[in-house]
Write a protein that binds this ligand. Structure first.
Ligand code: 3PY
Ligand code: MG
Length: 264
């Protein structure tokens, strides 16, 4: 077992091992909901502060049941809230997804919050994470932290696409995460939001290939589950999808249909 996570392999170890990781996407800031999500077959759970209902306080509370299940907790911070990236790690998150990383400077600021010196400027304060993941050997934690805490820079604008090489070259950026909805808005210059836009498919492939060639992991927000196989073949290992509301409506429709069908 690596330093982070009580009972299971860390996210960093899984990705290094070329495993595929499916993350449930949480927008409901409630610890019981997270407990239920963590009990599903998903490998990990992502708490969304950018567009979901999660706040600093709910991230503090809701990471606990995910970690207790032995699953990696991941946090998407709001745009530019790099202070929150450090806090999410302090609360026990194993990775942070930062939206709208549109320049090398954005990437540098993000990496600085995620990594301890000399790579970055993260400040030490691990009492909450240690209580949750059971790792009490601080020397080991410090030794492993920069490798274990993964920084996912979101690539979701034309600006980011144009400076992709510089973002990928930034020390401390471990991975990119593609946001296809925003990417489509950028690609069409604001004319459409279509996360499966045919016109941008080549650009998305280029992001994946360049990131993999640079030795970075790639994550993607999955809109159509049937795309997972093709994207995995390209090199995407980390898939985020299925916000609670979607799981509820699909689950409700399926259960109701069965009950109604049995009545005839
Ligand atoms: C996007 O598609 O823009 C995202 O940020 C996915 O969450
Ligand atoms: Mg987005």
């Amino acid at each position: 077992m690596s330093g982070l996570g009580r009972t299971s392999k860390s996210l960093a170890a899984r990705l290094a091992n070329d495993e595929t990781v499916f993350a449930a996407w949480s927008g409901i800031p409630d610890a019981l909901t997270l407990e239920a999500l963590a009990a599903t077959g998903f490998d990990s759970v992502l708490l969304d502060m950018q567009h979901g209902g999660h706040s600093e306080e709910s991230v503090l509370r809701c990471l606990a049941p995910v970690i207790a299940r032995g699953k990696p907790g991941i946090v998407r911070i709001p745009v530019g809230r790099f202070d929150m990236a450090s806090r999410a790690l302090d609360y026990g998150a194993q990775a942070v997804v930062a939206p709208m990383i549109n320049s090398a400077d954005d990437a540098r600021q993000f990496a600085a919050a995620m990594k301890y010196p000399p790579l970055g400027e993260r400040s030490w304060g691990v009492s909450i994470a240690a209580a949750r993941d059971g790792q009490t050997d601080n020397a080991k934690r410090l030794r492993e932290a920069n490798g274990e805490a993964l920084a996912f820079a979101m690539i979701e604008t034309r600006r980011a696409f144009d400076v992709l090489d510089a973002i990928l070259d930034t020390p401390g950026i471990d991975a990119v995460f593609i946001g296809p909805s925003d990417f489509s808005i950028g690609w069409t210059n604001g004319k459409a939001v279509d996360p499966r836009l045919e016109d941008m498919a080549e650009a998305v492939e280029e992001v994946v290939k360049k990131a993999r060639a640079a030795g970075k992991y790639v994550g993607l927000y999955l809109v159509d589950m049937a795309d997972a196989g093709r994207m995995r073949e390209l090199g995407v290992q980390f898939f985020g999808f299925a916000p609670e509301a979607q799981l509820m409506s699909i689950g409700a429709a399926s259960l109701l249909a069965k009950a109604k069908a049995s009545i005839g």
